[in-house]
Design a protein around this ligand. Structure first.
Ligand SMILES: CC(=O)SCCNC(=O)CCNC(=O)[C@H](O)C(C)(C)COP(=O)(O)OP(=O)(O)OC[C@H]1O[C@@H](n2cnc3c(N)ncnc32)[C@H](O)[C@@H]1OP(=O)(O)O
Ligand SMILES: O=CC(=O)O
Ligand SMILES: [Mg+2]
Length: 524
């Protein structure tokens, strides 16, 4: 690289057009400072995840924590929301890709969650260019002219920007600090914060984040320490950062209050990240005698998903925090009116349930879904920015309800197996090609939904699931169905690599923690 690199930092990725602006010596020094301060604690917390998983595999049942009872019984609230994060009735999400970011910011949604996580394939180019796109979005200079000559610029009024860095389990292998790859969370957070925090404040906004895949309040506490360190380093007041935590692991559902408490003045709310949550339920109990039915049957209205979302709303409102709903995966179509109508109907029903339950806002995956989500939430909220006054004190959720994964009428079918195989293949191939969110069979698929598909296949094969027609799902039957599904996908780029990855994920005896960990070794 042409510019100086701080002592102890190595850049292994190639120089890109955005490198000099994004990977400046000062920005890299900031990220290296975070890594040196927090890298060891992060590793310790990941080890703790492994220990907890082993205890559950040995039969321990998660419970609300005894030693944090004082938090649950204490009288405290999170800090009031900043003005541009008080009305979150519709939030659009999408990867940090230039055209989509402009479309999302212009979509009419109140918030845009710019995603470096589930929706982004973290190629070196995607993460570095993504930071440049974010920098331009903050300064409102983001624009694009397509090869066909179509111009994209920002409207006068745009959504509030919230950024989702990658989860604690991931590394950014193109940047090393003192001989180790840097934490992807610290890399994504650090670069965004360094380049934009001051600018955002001057513009009347702030550095706002979504925090993914936390498993417990100690991981939230680590984020809180990162925020304090980052704010102190740049001379910004503590409490400038605002973070909304995705409750998208089954263990985090037992520590929702503790997570808000750990983030103290930085806590903004919780989000019901349904897809990773389902994945986590399958994963954490993968070695026990629980068999989940076809993916399409694990809906938001099954008892354990109701218990989790009801508890989330009650917890948030008790503490003055926003409760944000999740992503209905139905994708509208501008080409097929029937698909479009089906998607709008399904999304409307999902948003009606959420707004009726007390959520203050929700996620949508596509600009054409913003109007329906807004309409549904407008009906419930009217002029009010949120419905935090609905305390939902009647909600009582026992640990057993969060852990009772039985689904009345649930079945594993050949169609369900084929669907999981095909989605696993198509999504992994797209991810390897640099796209982290894709529409497959008219549904949004991203890293979280794809995890469900491959973890179900593992579970069905390894726990002896029997299809509704009486056949067990053996490795041989899986191989046969996979060969047929692969043949249907013809010349899809990176298909063979995706098929090899899927085979190893579903056939190996041990359950792989995240599909993106082995897949990342194949990425540019
Ligand atoms: C489990 C979770 O974590 S959920 C959150 C993470 N997942 C996501 O954020 C997924 C977000 N959604 C998407 O990525 C996309 O909607 C997809 C990939 C599912 C479908 O995208 P496409 O196939 O491009 O959809 P389609 O062709 O209908 O797009 C029409 C237009 O809408 C735009 N668009 C579609 N989705 C989005 C979005 N989320 N944000 C902004 N613009 C979007 C397209 O760029 C296109 O714009 P153009 O007309 O200017 O060319
Ligand atoms: O990140 C959201 C989810 O559903 O997973
Ligand atoms: Mg997720």
């Amino acid at each position: 690289m042409s510019h100086a690199i701080p002592e102890g930092v190595q850049i292994l990725g190639p120089e890109l057009p955005a490198s000099s602006a994004i990977l400046s010596p000062e920005a890299l020094a900031f990220v290296a400072g975070l890594q040196r301060e927090f890298g060891a604690v992060r590793r310790g917390l990941l080890e703790r995840r492994g220990e907890m998983a082993a205890r559950i595999a040995a039969g321990e049942t998660p419970r609300f924590l005894e030693h944090t009872r004082f938090i649950r019984e204490g009288d405290w609230s999170v800090a009031p929301a900043p003005p541009d994060l008080n009305d979150r009735r519709t939030e659009i999400t999408g990867p940090v890709e230039r055209k989509m970011m402009i479309n999302a910011l212009n979509s009419g949604a109140k918030v845009f969650m710019a995603d470096l996580e589930d929706a982004l394939s973290p190629t070196w180019e995607n993460v570095v260019q993504g930071q440049q796109n974010l920098k331009d979005a903050v300064r409102k200079t983001i624009r694009l002219t397509t090869p066909e000559g179509k111009e994209y610029t920002l409207n006068e009024q745009t959504a509030t920007l919230v950024v989702r860095p990658r989860g604690w389990h991931l590394l950014e292998r193109h940047v090393w600090v003192d001989g180790q790859p840097v934490s992807a969370s610290l890399f994504d957070f650090g670069l965004y914060f360094f380049h934009n925090a001051q600018e955002l404040l001057q513009r009347g906004s702030g550095p706002y984040f979504y925090l993914p895949k936390l498993e417990n309040h100690l991981e939230a506490r680590l984020w809180n320490e990162v925020f304090n360190f980052a704010q102190d380093s740049l001379g910004l007041p503590r409490g400038t950062v605002r973070a909304t935590v995705l409750i998208e692991t089954v263990l985090a559902a037992f520590e929702m209050e503790e997570i808000l408490y750990a983030l103290k003045e930085h806590a903004a709310g919780l989000n019901a990240g349904r897809w990773d949550y389902i994945f986590s339920c399958i994963k954490k109990f993968a070695t026990q005698d629980v068999i989940f039915p076809d993916r399409a049957q694990v809906t938001m209205t099954v008892p354990f998903m109701r218990a989790y979302t009801e508890l989330l709303v009650r917890t948030c409102h008790k503490r003055g925090a926003h409760a944000i709903g999740g992503m209905a995966a139905f994708i509208p179509s501008r080409r097929d009116p029937e698909v479009n109508e089906r998607a709008l109907k399904a999304v409307r029903a999902d948003k009606e349930r959420e707004s009726g339950d007390g959520f203050d806002g929700t996620w949508v995956a596509h600009p054409d879904l913003v109007p329906v989500a807004l309409e549904v939430f407008n009906q419930v909220l009217g002029e009010a920015p949120n419905q935090k006054h609905r305390l939902r004190e009647e909600v009582r959720v026992q640990p057993e309800q969060l852990l009772d994964f039985r689904i009345p009428g649930g079945k594993v079918t050949e169609a369900g197996v084929r669907n999981n195989i095909s989605v696993g293949l198509q999504y992994t191939a797209a991810w390897l090609g640099g796209s982290g969110a894709v529409a497959i069979f008219n549904l949004m698929e991203d890293a979280a939904t794809a995890e469900i598909s491959r973890s179900q296949l593992w579970q069905w094969i390894h726990k002896g699931a029997v299809l509704e027609d009486g056949r067990p799902l053996t490795p041989e039957l899986y191989r046969q169905l996979k060969a047929e599904e692969t043949a249907k996908l013809g010349g899809l780029p990176r298909l063979q690599e995706a098929a090899d990855l899927l085979d190893s994920l579903v056939l190996q005896p041990q359950f792989e923690e995240f599909l993106t960990l082995p897949a990342y070794t194949h990425l540019g």
